[in-house]
Design a protein around this ligand. Structure first.
Ligand code: MRU
Length: 369
């Protein structure tokens, strides 16, 4: 998508084999890129959230394995690389998926061939993500077009999203925001309510930034405003992303998503989740019980960062000294609260049958497990 009018992706290969990324910890106040030259730098970029968002975490991990293989391509180095990358973030399942893809390919190759093969597969994973998200955009566009019809084409379609599931969370296009970009680009008027998404403020800092760069009308709201807006018919459609969706359609996403789904259910507002297929964890059913929820440093809750009037960036403390804080990064929305899943193959019910109708090849695999 565009940054100051120039098309960009979130991750790319430099001529010398290093990996380029946008340092997302610096947005929205500064646009800064960074170079990842080693496995350790890749793992740090994921855990410190220079890159974040389930699909981009997967692509970065794949390139991290390539960087490890160019330094040392032994079986031990491959094991150690996968182990250290897997430990960076526990909830987004694309990370595990990408590492399994890389390991399956590389362990069957002689060490001398591993680095080149790893770069090639990492590049393919990134390209596949772009194609998948473009398709999600096309399928989700139909839902927004239908909402526009229902509104008599007299006013913009009002959408609500949580966290950042835009192109910054993926390689390009994004998941939840892909249908919104597709609608905007087709001339359907849209307006997006952007949850600020405490504590890391991915909505206020990243979603607002990327929508603004692309010229999509939006308004940032505090995380607790969504219910009020839905009660007053100010939201036609919620679309969020997901970090892991189970085989029966339970959805893990950024903390606070569950409360939005409850409010949407109570107000009969359709609640859609956009996801690329590598985000489906076919090995589990019950998301509340079985999806590990990342707990991050309490400092992310205790402090907040922002730009001072004179331009410098500062962190300030919000809470009294001595008050403890807890930082649960994700929650799980049960499938019964989800109107539908928007995937690269189409839109389906958030259920085992719904998912299997779009991914029938999993039926045999699951029967064999
Ligand atoms: O902790 P983050 O920023 O990596 O959170 C992940 C997310 O961006 C969101 O949960 C998003 O809605 C799903 S990933 C497309």
């Amino acid at each position: 998508m565009n940054v100051r009018g120039t098309p960009m992706r979130t991750i790319w290969l430099e001529p010398d084999g290093a990996v380029g990324i946008i340092d997302q910890t610096r947005l929205p106040h500064e646009f800064v890129t960074a170079r990842l030259g080693t496995l350790a730098e890749s793992a740090h970029a994921i855990s410190a959230m220079l890159v974040r968002g389930a699909p981009l975490i997967g692509a970065t991990a794949a390139y991290g394995v390539a960087l490890a293989m160019r330094a040392q391509a032994s079986d031990e180095a491959l094991d150690a690389a996968c182990r250290s990358l897997l430990a960076t973030r526990p909830t987004a399942v694309n990370l595990r998926w990408a590492l399994e893809e890389m390991r399956a390919l590389l362990q069957g190759l002689p060490p001398a061939e591993r680095a080149a093969a790893a770069y090639r597969r990492a590049g393919e994973i990134a390209e596949e993500d772009v194609a998948i998200n473009r398709a999600i955009g096309r399928h989700g566009l139909d839902l927004i077009a239908a909402a526009w019809q229902r509104a008599g084409k007299r006013r913009p379609v009002e959408l609500l999203t949580h966290c950042n599931a835009g192109w910054l969370a993926a390689v390009d296009w994004g998941t939840a925001l892909a249908p919104i970009y597709a609608a905007h680009d087709q001339g359907i008027p849209v307006h997006v309510w952007v949850d600020e998404t405490r504590p890391r403020n991915q909505g206020a800092s990243l979603t607002a930034w990327e929508l603004g760069q692309h010229g999509v009308p939006h308004t940032v709201i505090v995380d607790n405003a969504g219910g009020h807006l839905m009660q007053h018919s100010r939201v036609d459609l919620c679309i969020v992303g997901t970090d892991r969706t189970t085989a029966r359609g339970d959805v893990a996403n950024k903390i606070g998503t569950y409360l939005k789904a409850l409010a949407a259910h109570d107000n009969r507002v359709p609640f859609y989740v956009a996801l690329p297929s590598p985000t489906i964890d076919w090995s589990i059913e019950d998301g509340v019980r079985d999806i590990p929820i990342e707990q991050r440093d309490a400092a992310e809750v205790i402090e907040i960062a922002g730009r001072l009037p004179e331009g410098g960036i500062a962190r300030v403390r919000l809470m009294p000294d001595g008050s403890p804080a807890a930082n649960y990064a994700f929650d799980v929305t049960p499938a019964r609260l989800v109107t539908g899943l928007i995937t690269e193959r189409g839109v389906c019910a958030a259920s085992r049958d719904g998912l299997l109708s779009l991914f029938p090849e999993r039926r045999q695999l699951m029967a064999g497990e």
